[in-house]
Write a protein that binds this ligand. Structure first.
Ligand SMILES: [Zn+2]
Length: 187
């Protein structure tokens, strides 16, 4: 399966997709874009809720890794399709990857530079964080930490990663489908 993403994205979204977040970071935070480019980031798979899991090395502490989580809003549309016993195609899966997403990172910066708060407030955060920043980044500038930028850039540029994510999500949907069918048959 060859995936061609981001070539013909005509719908501009209200919340935030990968391109929105990368563009915002490029415009407001070029230094962090630069820092993100030397981070090693790895895709670790999809959990049972459909959240994509990533790990990045910490540039400041050698023995430390940070965990990033990304969830795509379009995931729910495909679950609806599964419930209605419609086929999930590869194209369906690819389409959700260009849509709005929610993200989180386990690093200190994501919380202390108010991006956890901002992302939740602006509807692209995966972690509920309601504490208004009182000292750091009270103007809520920039979008996210360098690890999340690294993850977004990785998804954006790697066709083989997109293939892998599509395969993993499809496997998850097929499992849901089997489970739904079994529950229906046993009732
Ligand atoms: Zn981070």
């Amino acid at each position: 399966m060859k995936i061609k993403l981001f070539e013909d994205v005509t719908n501009i979204l209200n919340e935030a997709n990968i391109q929105d977040l990368i563009n915002d970071s490029k415009a407001t935070d070029p230094r962090r874009i630069k820092l993100s480019q030397s981070i090693y980031t790895e895709y670790k798979g999809v959990d049972s809720d459909g959240t994509l899991l990533f790990e990045s090395d910490s540039q400041t502490r050698q023995d430390m890794i940070h965990k990033q989580r990304i969830f795509y809003e379009g995931f729910f549309d495909l679950l609806d399709k599964v419930e209605e016993h419609e086929a999930i195609t590869d194209e369906d899966v690819v389409n959700i990857l260009t849509g709005d997403l929610y993200l989180d990172c386990s690093c200190e910066s994501h919380l202390y530079w108010a991006w956890a708060y901002k992302s939740w407030k602006d509807d692209y955060g995966l972690r509920k964080e309601l504490r208004v920043p009182e000292r750091n980044n009270i103007k809520l500038s920039e979008s996210t930490c360098k690890h999340c930028i690294s993850v977004l850039e990785l998804i954006n540029r790697s066709n083989s990663l997109l293939d892998q994510i599509a395969i993993d999500l499809n496997t998850l949907f097929q499992n849901y489908k089997k489970k739904t069918n079994n529950e229906k048959n046993s009732n």
